[in-house]
Design a binder for this molecule. Structure first.
Ligand code: RNT
Ligand code: ZN
Length: 418
């Protein structure tokens, strides 16, 4: 018997929180782990730099260069994080046979068969993303909103191919596949026409969604962004655009909020319950914005905690598709992934360990003095002891010594990669 857990369990019971029920529930909540932290959003279908409004900085040694290496790295992460993983793939991570190639508009389920095998091996679902960047068909920085009809057509065909692949993932794994549409379409400087690109973007996404799919299996969503690198003045897929699109097409897609994609004083924690009033389901990209960058490793910080609290308090754990989205090339990538995944698990656990019904009651009874006091007192509850027990029950290392496994892996595997 773990004494620290037993004593913490009693303290939580005193405030009406059942730690056993919380841990059992958290274990079953899927969180998408993004493949692209492993190779700096490189993928396997092209050579050359990452382009299209996003960027990785740093050149920490040991990044994955082949599908096998990326899978090995993801397996290492799986062994270090508690909870239930779902795999999040980008279309540029297609795996071709020797000598084979298919451009993005011609991608087929078979190009992802090895990923399905991987998912089945680990008994996990797969989420998917068309890749509208790092490709020579991105014309003047534009894809689905391009004034050039051929360019739009190519990217619409890519989107449709991705719906078919998402359908294949859902059917093969038996778990719905969230398919996220994000483009970096925009302008570096002041455009003369803001509505034109958006009308074309709208039409293109509608055409993608005209592909036949069962919304219970394939869950397309539209991700907004405030600005990107090199497209500072204007983004076609702005917050209002993406949200309105999702609202107008709620029978076939969802909104996706990435918490790195808003003005610095806006918080997604406040937007989650607002959207939940209208949408049966929403999707999230969980990240950490710093100044111009939207993609730092997720930490167990205040806004991360607040986002998790809003999902839990809204009783929306089954209505919110949660996916991590960050890419740091300046530190050990396995560690980046692991810290990010563990941080979101901590945030969910922290939120689930609050006496949420009690706190709501205080608010509704206008006992705001007591509410403030209680919310502060909750911060020093023995959360760490429950976290340690949760990790143990998930068969992963609870304390900082998980990092030793990363150091060993770096020495034995990563450092030998060239
Ligand atoms: C970029 C968006 C987008 C990407 C991935 C790679 O700012 O957040 O979600 O991170 O599609
Ligand atoms: Zn994102």
């Amino acid at each position: 018997m773990n004494e620290r857990y037993e004593s913490a369990k009693k303290l939580y019971a005193k405030i009406g929180v059942d730690t056993e029920a919380v841990m059992a529930a958290l274990k079953e909540i899927p969180v998408s782990l993004h493949c692209w932290q492993g190779d700096d959003v490189g993928g396997f279908d092209h050579e050359g730099a990452l382009t299209g409004g996003i960027q990785t900085t740093g050149n920490y040694p040991g990044k994955a260069r082949t599908p096998g290496q990326l899978m090995d790295d993801i397996e290492k992460v799986i062994s270090l994080v508690p909870g239930k993983i779902k795999l999040n793939l980008h279309a540029c991570y297609a795996i071709f046979e020797e000598g084979e190639f298919a451009d993005r508009d011609k991608l087929e389920p078979k190009h992802f068969a090895k990923w399905v095998e991987f998912a089945k091996k680990h008994d996990i679902g797969i989420d998917f993303n068309p890749t509208f960047f790092s490709h020579d068909k991105v014309k003047d920085g534009l894809t689905l909103s391009s004034p050039d009809a051929d360019t739009r057509k190519f990217w619409i065909e890519h989107g449709k191919a991705c719906i078919r692949i998402s359908n294949y993932f859902a059917k093969e794994t038996g778990i719905p596949c969230v398919m996220n549409i994000w483009t970096g379409d925009g302008f570096k400087d002041i455009p003369a026409d803001r509505m034109g690109p958006r009308m074309r973007y709208k039409d293109s996404i509608e055409q993608i969604l005209s592909e036949d799919y069962d919304f219970n299996l394939v869950k397309p969503c539209v991700e907004s962004k405030v600005f990107g690198i090199g497209v500072e003045a204007y983004t076609a897929g702005s917050a209002e655009f993406a949200l309105s699109f999702a609202a107008a097409n709620a029978d076939k897609c969802m909104p996706l909020m990435d918490n790195g994609h808003y003005h610095p004083t806006e918080v997604v924690s406040d937007k989650i319950p607002a959207l939940l009033c209208f949408f049966p389901e929403i999707a999230l990209h969980i990240t950490r914005p710093i100044r111009w960058d939207s993609d730092h490793v997720v930490l167990f910080d205040d806004e991360t905690k607040e986002m998790a609290k809003e999902i839990v308090r809204s009783e929306a754990l089954s209505r919110v598709y949660m996916a991590l989205d960050f890419f740091d090339a300046s530190i050990n990538r396995i560690s980046a992934w692991t810290v990010g995944f563990r941080s979101w698990q901590k945030a969910l656990l922290n939120a689930m360990l609050l006496p949420n019904a009690e706190l709501k009651k205080l608010q509704d009874e206008n006992q705001l003095t007591k509410l403030m006091m209680m919310q502060e007192e909750m911060k020093t509850m023995p959360f760490g002891d429950i976290w340690a027990e949760y990790c143990a029950r998930c068969n992963v290392i609870e304390d900082a010594s998980w990092f030793e496994a990363v150091e060993q892996y770096e020495k034995e595997v990563l450092s030998k990669r060239v």
